[in-house]
Design a protein. Structure first.
Length: 385
């Protein structure tokens, strides 16, 4: 039997599952990352995403959680830095790597995949080589991005790197450089200013992540799909493939592996699957009231079906431009505006740009959220325009 619902219920369900309907208590910051990870790209955006979900978030608290190993920053399945709990590390690293050739080519990206194919280097061989190189080069401790990149480039075959005109040297392909972290070998050390540094997971956390392709990694992959559906359901294998940067065939196989746990759903001309355990929550979902300021790459905005979030194509173009994306303003369950901020001395200027719907009635709530953002950024006053 197919469950029928509506777009409004789907969005209400997702907002609730991602802790955007009601903030969690201050002690539950890690729980906010457990649903689908919290991206930290652009750098510094993760605390803003957590602020929308958890009371009492500050940059110092997030830094302390990372230094205290209550959170860890790794490259997620799309090779983008994200904050997760140490106990979820396998889910969001090896759980997102399928080892078939097609999936690894998607993970590598077109440029790296083409260079490897031309050199006769199989995708799984490339993965193993970069993992081994990073493991060896990080044996001595923490290394900066530049140091690790140069060392890995020197260790690896020429086709695994490319010429960089800007700095006049060869560098390992960016996707290949990020793979060891996405494979749970390395993580980002707590940041020192703007410098990004890497450290081996076993040395930092004192524990190992299962090997890519192992039975434990496949278990983690099934759990990753469950987390995805818990956050973004109803969804399709194609949408999961997009979210994890893998091949469509591998995503379909993952869905088939947990088929007994899935329920088909139809909504406003769309079809997809949710976890059977979430059906009642989907049916009972109610649109939350209030305002949230979400940063670019907030987990909620990473839903593969962007048209569900914002039906109007022109508004989608505004929120997701090719470069320098703004944040999103959510009012009563709908994305109705974008926002950008600029820090000037002790003041934070927040510019709100509505799509087409009047938002004056929410001005007080927007200003309240802007004050929270100003506190997070260490500002004493805020100007909302």
């Amino acid at each position: 039997m197919v469950v029928t619902t509506t777009r409004r219920q789907v969005l209400a369900f997702r907002l609730r599952q991602q802790h955007l309907a009601r903030r969690l208590g201050a002690a539950r910051m890690g729980e906010a990352t457990a649903t689908c990870g919290v991206r930290n790209s652009p750098a510094g955006s993760a605390p803003v995403a957590l602020l929308a979900r958890v009371n009492g978030v500050s940059e110092d608290r997030v830094s302390a959680a990372l230094s205290g190993k209550h959170l860890v920053e790794v490259e997620d399945p799309r090779l983008v830095p994200a904050l997760v709990r140490p106990e979820d590390l396998a889910v969001f690293t090896v759980g997102g790597i399928d080892t078939d050739d097609a999936s690894l080519r998607v993970k590598f990206g077109r440029g790296a995949a083409k260079a490897l194919a031309a050199a006769g280097i199989r995708p799984i061989e490339a993965l193993n080589r970069v993992v081994e190189a990073a493991h060896a080069e990080l044996a001595g401790g923490v290394r900066s991005t530049g140091e690790l990149s140069a060392a890995m480039t020197a260790r690896l075959p020429g086709p695994m790197s490319l010429w960089c005109q800007r700095c006049g040297s060869r560098h390992i392909h960016e996707s290949l450089f990020r793979l060891p972290s996405a494979a749970g070998i390395s993580c980002l050390a707590p940041r020192s200013g703007r410098q990004v540094r890497y450290v081996r997971v076993d040395k930092w956390l004192g524990t190992d992540v299962p090997e890519v392709g192992s039975p434990a990694a496949r278990d983690a992959g099934r759990e990753l799909l469950r987390r995805f559906l818990h956050c973004y359901g109803p969804a399709t294998p194609g949408e999961f493939a997009d979210w994890t940067r893998t091949a469509a065939g591998a995503a379909r196989h993952r869905f088939a592996e947990i088929a007994d746990d899935l329920q088909d759903v139809s909504w406003d001309g769309h079809t997809g699957s949710v976890l059977r355990d979430d059906v009642d929550e989907l049916r009972d979902a109610r649109t939350p009231s209030g305002v949230r300021l979400l940063p670019p790459n907030d987990p909620y905005l990473l839903a593969p079906d962007r048209a569900a979030l914002i039906p109007d194509p022109s508004s989608r173009t505004v929120l997701w431009p090719a470069l320098s994306a703004p944040g999103a303003v959510v009012i009563d369950g709908e994305i109705v505006a974008t926002w950008r901020s600029q820090k000037k001395g002790t003041a934070l200027r927040v510019q709100i740009s509505p799509f087409d719907r009047p938002i004056a009635t929410a001005a007080a709530l927007i200003e309240q959220e802007a004050h929270l953002l100003a506190d997070l950024r260490g500002c004493q006053r805020v100007e909302v325009t």
